[in-house]
Write a protein that binds this ligand. Structure first.
Ligand code: BG6
Length: 494
């Protein structure tokens, strides 16, 4: 989806990928670019210039090909596109701390004629963001004298409010805000964008979308995977910074925002920032009641034994990093006053499910058999993953000579078998190419969200121990208490 409604082939661009041999490039960027070729969203003249050290163009290409061939399921279309992709690939060898690398990049770009636009994709650890921006400036590659220059930055964007502010300032010394695209891949998910359409293209939801009818809202991302090979990063980040400050708070802003005046990037981002500004800040004394942190212990998933977080390679045996985090937020404005927004996420949970649950208030009075089960509160669930779509839970009469009730579940899948669902990176790369920043975080959004979670980060720093949950379960201590007073309590995904 593009706010401009522009699903056409984007103008040719030279795509420079820093971190060309990294995981993100082979798992996400290259497959997304190939699928875009298949849908004719990317011009044949485009060129992809990989930058990495200690390898050659041939080795790089072999590595990418082996990944597409051996690791990607349903890869027939991608393999068909391979020869076309290979013709587009260029390579610049070099260290990111070496000025000569940027000089070589300059020459390589200059040698590709007739394409004026350049996108720089930073698929590298955050510690390198500023060095790369400065390196590009030193050779003048940041200047938009001819065509556009856009820089795409992955999360984490800073690790707290101070580092995020500093990073913004350092980037602004090189690029204008309009050239910076801060990626949050959750915003590229079709189902997340669909939320905006459900909200603003249907008139039945809006009258109910407020404190008068909604009891509370849960936004969750449960994962069954562990931390994989990322101990270094995860030990620093933990679930709060990894998922809540970025992905889930972004989704929360879309759920809570007012209708924008226009469907354009800044109008939408203005409304999102207003939500963030209305979020009640945490007092240090409230943090233990408003949050949950826990870490997975050893357990079983899909019939296999899995180790505890502290036994994962690279994790310190006495680590207290949280692999599960939940926060109860309040949005202090007229629409949402008093409605808890509970955001939670965790690794090594029973299932991979990501959803938004809008829990309505209970019916005010039970008109039916008082001896039977009372009606349950309605829930509207936006499934982000898997089985994207919406589910509405209502009460209905059990068939027969009775007024007993049963729960009726109405499901509306978003796309049959998920076939039409584009990957987030396809959507976002295309948006960068057409210059649509709607689905990217603006500097003020990032700073506001850090300012909100900073007191929690501070409070959690002092932690000397942490609660545990069994891997492969939903047994997270403290979650039922966190939902105290919420109709229906904690909704464990089914
Ligand atoms: C990333 C986090 O940003 O998002 C990972 O760093 C997490 O820890 C991932 O696994 C989840 O993304 P998705 O699209 O699989 O829900």
């Amino acid at each position: 989806m593009s706010a401009t409604g522009d699903n056409a082939c984007a103008e040719p661009v030279k795509i420079v990928i820093f971190g060309a041999t990294g995981d993100l490039t082979k798992r996400k960027l290259i497959p997304a670019l190939m699928r875009m070729m298949d849908c004719e969203l990317i011009a044949q003249e485009c060129r992809i210039i990989g930058v990495a050290r200690n390898t050659s163009r041939e080795e790089w290409i072999q590595g990418l090909h082996a990944y597409v061939r051996d690791e990607i399921r349903d890869n027939a279309v991608l393999l068909q596109r391979w020869p076309q992709l290979e013709r587009m690939l260029h390579f610049v060898e070099g260290d990111l701390s070496d000025d000569q690398t940027y000089m070589r990049l300059y020459r390589a770009l200059d040698a590709i004629e007739d394409i004026r636009n350049v996108m720089f994709y930073l698929a590298i650890p955050p510690a390198w963001y500023v060095s790369v921006a400065t390196g590009l400036k030193a050779v003048g590659l940041h200047r938009e004298t001819d065509g556009y220059r856009r820089i795409v930055i992955e999360k984490p964007f800073g690790m707290d409010i101070e580092s995020a502010r500093l990073l913004n300032q350092q980037l602004w010394e090189v690029f204008d805000e309009s050239q910076i695209y801060r990626i949050d891949h959750y915003l590229g998910k079709e189902s997340v964008q669909n939320l905006l359409v459900y909200r603003f293209a249907n008139s039945i939801l809006e009258p109910l979308w407020n404190r008068n009818y909604i009891d509370h809202i849960q936004i969750s991302a449960a994962e069954s995977i562990g931390i994989e090979y990322r101990a270094n990063y995860y030990e620093q980040a933990g679930a709060l910074k990894d998922m809540i400050q970025s992905h889930l708070m972004q989704v929360m802003t879309l759920v809570a925002m007012e209708p924008p005046v226009e469907f354009v990037a800044d109008a939408i981002r203005d409304e999102k920032v207003k939500v963030l500004r209305a979020i009640r800040h945490f007092h240090p004394d409230d943090i233990s009641r408003q949050t949950v942190a826990a870490q997975y212990a050893a357990g079983e998933l899909g019939g296999e034994k899995v180790p505890a977080y502290v036994s994962e390679p690279g994790v310190s045996p006495d680590s207290t990093t949280e692999t599960f985090a939940a926060v109860r937020f309040y949005v202090d404005n007229w629409r949402w006053q008093g409605v808890p927004f509970i955001l939670w996420t965790g690794k090594r949970l029973k299932k991979r499910v990501s959803e938004i649950v809008i829990r309505f208030r209970k019916p005010p009075f039970n008109l039916f058999d008082v001896n039977a089960e009372p009606p349950t509160a309605n829930a509207l669930v936006f499934r982000l993953h898997p089985d994207e779509g919406i589910v509405l839970r209502m009460n209905a009469k059990k068939p027969g000579l009775t007024t007993d009730m049963k729960r009726m579940v109405m499901r509306a899948p978003y796309a049959e078998d998920g076939h039409d669902v584009a990957d987030a990176y396809e959507v976002l790369l295309h948006d960068v190419m057409v210059g649509d920043a709607t689905l990217f975080s603006r500097a003020d959004e990032v700073e506001e969200s850090w300012a909100i979670v900073d007191p929690i980060i501070e409070a959690w720093k002092a932690r000397v121990s942490i609660d545990r949950y069994r891997a492969g379960s939903w047994d997270v201590p403290g979650m039922d208490q966190l939902f105290e007073g919420c109709v229906g309590g904690w909704h464990r995904p089914t």
